[in-house]
Design a protein around this ligand. Structure first.
Ligand code: FES
Length: 258
């Protein structure tokens, strides 16, 4: 982990309030594991806002660039969305422990499930899995057609299904609606998205190899604020706990209380 000023190479809105920004700088050398995140400080005049934890959606070590994809829904992220090419941004990272992919090989089939703003880190995940010969199938869930992004990018790597809550794109319903329909077989499931979705997956696959990224539950990002603490499922009232930012954000299913 390191703090550095990184240069904005490009920025665009790719779906309703969803922005994709490419950054360039030395931090990229330290990035390898899909599922890690960066912590970005946004400033407005002399006003420095808190850092914001944001997912890394793509890493290009050759070019020294990486991409973040985020939803502009608060003061900090709305300000981030106004940044232009050439501006410098204060970035801390890479943070957290990503998805454990070293244990998979070309005989494996990974099922990748993402919901809303949980989708971005899964794109680098599927890229890296495909590079090692792992077959991937993707299930993505959004509210509505205007919120759908990265469908084509995921399709490049494997079968990709999309659900929208209002049915304006793909299957009407949730990611679980698609899973009920296609009943995929897989060796490992990786997921990132809202907590109800993660809980549903945990219940749906009680005996499978499942990894969940809890990125929504993040505060300071560096282990200082305790905002992200979660208890262990086998000791729900006890004194033992995990921090999403430093022990996660990826946990094995049934390890922590969602
Ligand atoms: Fe502050 Fe984890 S986000 S301790």
């Amino acid at each position: 982990m390191k703090k550095a000023w990184m240069t904005v190479i490009s920025q665009k809105e790719i779906a309703r309030n969803i922005y994709e920004m490419t950054l360039e700088g030395e931090l990229v050398e330290m990035m390898s594991s899909p599922g890690q995140f960066v912590h970005i400080r946004v400033t407005e005049g002399f006003d420095t806002l808190l850092r914001r934890p944001i997912s890394i959606s793509s890493i290009d070590t050759k070019k020294g660039r990486f991409r973040i994809t985020y939803r502009a829904d608060g003061k900090g992220t709305k300000l981030l969305a106004t940044k232009q090419s050439g501006e410098k941004i204060d970035v801390l990272g890479p943070l957290g422990n990503g998805f454990p992919i070293a244990q998979l090989n070309s005989r494996d089939h990974a099922l990748i499930v993402g919901g809303g703003i949980g989708v971005p880190p899964l794109l680098e995940l599927t890229k890296q899995l495909n590079q090692t010969g792992v077959r991937t199938t993707h299930i993505l869930g959004f509210q509505s057609k205007e919120d759908v992004f990265y469908k084509n990018e995921f399709s490049y790597f494997g079968d990709t299904y999309v659900a929208t809550v209002d049915g304006s794109y793909g299957t009407k319903g949730f990611v679980t609606t698609i899973l009920d329909e296609i009943t995929p077989s897989f060796t490992t499931l990786f997921a990132c998205g809202p907590t109800p979705m993660l809980k549903a997956l945990e219940n749906m696959y009680p005996n499978e190899n499942v990894y969940l990224s809890l990125e929504e539950r993040m505060g300071c990002g560096i282990g200082a604020c305790f905002a992200c603490v979660c208890h262990l499922q086998d000791d729900p009232q006890g004194y033992t706990y995990k921090k999403v930012c430093t022990d996660g954000p990826v946990f094995k299913a049934r390890e922590v209380v969602l």
